[in-house]
Design a protein around this ligand. Structure first.
Ligand code: FES
Length: 142
């Protein structure tokens, strides 16, 4: 996947992610799905399934702590590995494209770029993060 620039982007409030339904956002035109496993571990993937280019965000989070695509049942671990199909274990070398995440001040930030290049030192200053969050909340309320 190619990114013109790599940067942290505010995705959503932290409490918007969790439970059975994954959360879909679009950041600079890039579709992203966010979800948590049974331990509350956060994951963010490029929102396209490895099987076909359909949105994984249409699926659901299983009781086993996986994200299951609704179309043909491919299941993902939080690290992007494909480990099953409709609850049956499979060995599959394909992986979801995983974004690095950071949770700060009850918000989730995503590094739009290669996860291994994510640098938390480049997150906006806490005051700037708060201003951006409030501005986005006001936009959503309008
Ligand atoms: S499109 Fe996701 S499992 Fe087929």
């Amino acid at each position: 996947m190619l990114f013109r620039t790599s940067k942290w982007r505010l995705a959503c409030r932290a409490d918007a992610v969790g439970g059975e339904t994954p959360t879909a956002v679009k950041l600079d035109g890039t579709p992203v799905v966010l979800w948590r496993n049974g331990e509350g571990e956060l994951a963010a993937f490029y929102d396209r399934c490895v099987h076909m280019p359909l949105p994984i965000s249409s699926g659901r989070c299983t009781k086993a702590g996986l994200l299951r695509c609704k179309y043909h049942g491919v299941e993902y671990e939080t690290d992007g590995r494909v480990t099953g199909v409709f609850g049956h274990a499979v060995e599959d070398p394909r992986r979801a494209f995983v974004f690095a995440t950071a949770e700060r001040e009850a918000t989730i930030w995503i590094w739009l770029g290669k996860a291994e290049e994510a640098d938390e030192a480049l997150l906006p200053h806490p005051l700037v993060r708060t201003v951006i969050r409030r501005w986005r909340e006001r936009e959503a309320d309008a």
